[in-house]
Design a protein around this ligand. Structure first.
Ligand code: LLP
Length: 469
């Protein structure tokens, strides 16, 4: 797809406003042109261009919130998230599994903002964590959700296991025999039974970026599914271990439902074998990984995607009467978020034009790390022809770019741009490289805008080192 064309199209095709906005008019605002179209009630993105009645200026909004006003109030770079969309996405999973015992365990690693964890917990979500730090976040934001936590990860320490046993989490997704041995000994020491699931590696290929594919035997994740039956049987004799489930996670940003179904078929076969061995498994955990459309093709329909995904899993499970756990991360939060930045300079080097913004790879590393595509749109579009530019940050690395050879409407220094679909693996992968403070974060919920994390200060950055001077 030609770069930038989706953005141009979104401004010229009169899309239906999203269901959430139907029947509502906000003062001074008319006409909504959504940045993506969807055939169902679930919109792909919560951002839309609107025309202010008074000024006739078209500008980007999230619900009733003007992004330009948010930038003025909170500064840039700024992460903004739509709580409404996050809840809509959670509901898609919950509704797709109505009638079947299930729990959506949000993958905290995708976006671990305390306010977002609290929001999701309030609607019944559980959590998938991968560190003691993430457990601490869940316990801080939503202590009542401790019993809805599953603990994944290949390198759990004894301290982390103790912390999770103390919190009485739902289950440990165990990734090696050595980890199971350690879990048993820590549980015995605390005299507290540990519920575990073996994370099996189903040897299923899922088409995605090599860095985020995990379900093949050559990857470091999980236990070879052919060894799992033996390990469950060996654990039977241990009074401190309860074989609660079987878990699997084949990778991230997977666009087709097919590999999820294939992996679940292998898991279902294992569960049946274990039943014959007298091991009654109570849950299967399908992991995360359902992908979004970063190009936001008009046909992308989140509700249909979730339906298709849930159908692939439930078909593979057949008549097995188990609790189905899911660990979505990206699908819940990616499209709800944008990174708002200001253009500092527009410079020309030979034939190339560089748009230099005040946000860099330290604030959003996905393009540099995975060659990831993020759509970038001007907040208040100017007239004139779109041109081809590189959109880059101020960090001293050639890899510090957000888009290369991208067709974008004209922008000038001082203009705002929004980097879309940045709600997942954005803020959580930030760093202080180049001694740059991390961005602030704002959560938009209906008419409310809440600063959920203040911008870092130099004191935050230098503090840990000052004692040594
Ligand atoms: N469960 C487990 C065990 C995982 O390892 C992951 C992601 C998830 C769930 C959630 O997957 P999701 O639904 O978000 O695809 N930083 C990369 C993504 C790394 C994903 C790691 N594991 C990115 O920016 O694309």
């Amino acid at each position: 797809m030609p770069i930038g064309s989706a953005q141009v199209r979104s401004q010229s095709v009169p899309d239906a406003p999203s269901a959430r906005l139907k029947g509502r008019t906000y003062s001074g605002i008319s006409q909504a042109k959504s940045l993506s179209k969807s055939s169902s009630n679930s919109s792909a993105r919560p951002f839309a261009y609107r025309e202010a009645k008074a000024t006739k200026n078209t500008s980007l909004y999230c619900g009733k919130h003007s992004l330009a006003a948010l930038a003025k109030r909170y500064g840039t770079p700024l992460y903004i998230y739509s709580a409404d969309q996050i809840l809509e996405r959670l509901a898609l999973f919950q509704e797709a599994l109505i009638g079947r015992s299930h729990l959506v365990c949000y993958a905290v690693k995708a976006n671990s903002a305390l306010a977002i964890l609290k929001l999701l917990a309030s609607e019944g979500a559980g959590f998938d964590i991968v560190s003691g730090g993430e457990l601490q976040r869940v316990l801080t934001a939503a202590p009542e959700a401790a019993g809805r936590v599953v603990f994944s990860g290949v390198g759990k320490t004894a301290e982390e296991i103790d912390q999770a046993l103390g919190a009485d989490i739902l289950a440990f997704n165990v990734e090696s025999e050595a980890e199971l041995t350690l879990l048993a000994s820590r549980a015995a020491k605390r005299k507290r039974k540990a519920r575990f699931a073996l994370r099996v590696n189903p040897d299923v290929f899922a088409e995605t970026h090599p860095y985020i594919s995990t379900g093949l035997r050559e990857h470091k994740f999980g236990i070879d599914i052919r060894q799992a039956r033996r390990i469950y049987n060996e654990a039977k004799g241990n009074r401190w271990l309860t074989a609660y489930g079987v878990s699997v996670h084949i990778g991230s940003q997977i666009r087709s439902a097919e590999p999820f179904g294939a992996a679940m078929e292998r898991v279902a076969k294992l569960v049946r074998e274990l039943a014959r061995d007298g091991i009654a498994i109570q849950s299967v955990d399908a992991g995360g990984g359902l992908g979004i459309d970063y190009h936001a093709a008009p046909s992308f329909d989140p509700a249909a995607k979730v339906q298709e995904y849930a159908a692939a899993l439930t078909t593979a499970l057949g008549d097995l009467n188990l609790t189905l756990l899911l660990e979505p991360g990206r699908f819940l939060v990616a499209q709800a978020g944008a990174l708002l930045a200001r253009v500092l300079y527009v410079k020309h080097n030979g034939k190339k034009t560089f748009v230099v913004t005040d946000t860099g790879m330290n604030d959003l590393i996905r393009p540099a790390l995975y060659q990831a595509y993020h759509e970038i749109v001007p907040v208040t579009p100017r007239g004139g022809r779109a041109t081809v530019v590189d959109i880059v940050g101020p960090v001293c690395e050639t890899g510090d770019f957000f888009a290369r050879d991208r067709k974008i409407k004209p922008v000038e220094p001082g203009d705002l741009v929004a980097i879309l679909d940045a709600g997942a693996y954005g803020m959580v992968q930030t760093s202080n490289y180049n001694t740059r403070p991390r961005p602030a974060e704002v959560l938009l919920h209906g008419p409310d805008a809440t600063l959920i994390r203040r911008r870092e200060t130099m004191a935050d950055l230098l503090g840990p080192e000052l004692a040594a001077l």
